[in-house]
Design a protein around this ligand. Structure first.
Ligand SMILES: N[C@@H](CCC(=O)N[C@@H](CS)C(=O)NCC(=O)O)C(=O)O
Length: 233
């Protein structure tokens, strides 16, 4: 039997990881359907005209075609929050809600560009096409572009467990999803320099809402990354 939701994409996408974590937080059952991002099929481009993964299908609306689908992880998470408000992924308080959206955007833009584009892609896309990993680019990004982003996050955490108050929110989910993109393939950043962020990542890695996605990623990466890369200069 088909699950009520279908997520089109790949578990290796940090944006899919964010959407999966929100589905899991809300206890929603979903199937994953793989999309090859190197050659997206026409039917998928009709759903996601910007040629991005993930996209979500609500099968109660339509079982095929663009109807019943939503592209973009932020749109997916906003939709899920409206449809299934509890447990909440977004703070109720207007200011905290705005802060959560800002931190989600920070993760989806700056962190994704550096961690995904500057570390994961040069290593894993090369491996996927049988090439040597571009460790020079990955090392430069890891040591020059990512530390200022981690500094900002360390200050935002201010020694706390979550980014906003004492409750998990979309801010934590989005930031963890991007931190995991490098953590899956690279040895940890310096815990002495970023202690709160290290503790945060460890807690998120152990959190139940990420387990299905992380298990799928580890399975897919096992052959390509038998041992994590040490990029620390
Ligand atoms: N704003 C989009 C970004 C999604 C995105 O950039 N996905 C990447 C994979 S992680 C993608 O589809 N890339 C396709 C490509 O580079 O051709 C979201 O939040 O879903």
């Amino acid at each position: 039997m088909t699950a009520p939701y279908i997520l089109y994409g790949s578990p290796l996408s940090p944006f899919q990881r964010k959407a999966e974590a929100v589905l899991a937080l809300k206890g929603l059952d979903y199937d994953c359907e793989a999309i090859n991002i190197m050659a997206m099929p026409e039917w998928y481009l009709a759903i996601s005209p910007l040629a991005r993964i993930p996209a979500l299908r609500d099968t109660s609306i339509a079982a095929e075609g663009p109807d019943g689908t939503i592209a973009d992880s932020s749109a997916i998470c906003g939709f899920l929050e409206k449809k299934c408000p509890a447990p909440a992924a977004y703070p109720e308080d207007p200011y905290l809600h705005g802060r959560a959206l800002w931190l989600e955007e920070y993760a989806d833009s700056a962190m994704a560009m550096a961690g995904g584009g500057g570390v994961f892609r040069p290593i894993i896309f090369a491996a996927m096409t049988g090439k040597e990993p571009d460790l020079d680019t990955a090392r430069q990004t890891w040591n020059e572009k990512l530390p200022p982003l981690w500094d900002y996050l360390e200050a935002q955490l201010d020694g706390g467990t979550y980014f906003l108050g004492d409750t998990l929110s979309i801010a934590d989910i989005a930031i963890a999803a991007q931190l995991m993109q490098t953590d899956l393939i690279v040895t940890p950043f310096d815990a002495a320099k970023w202690p709160a962020l290290t503790a945060f990542l460890e807690a998120m890695n152990a959190h139940e809402i990420f387990q299905r996605n992380l298990a799928a990623c580890q399975k897919m990466l096992a052959k390509m990354v038998p041992e994590k890369f040490d990029l620390n200069a």
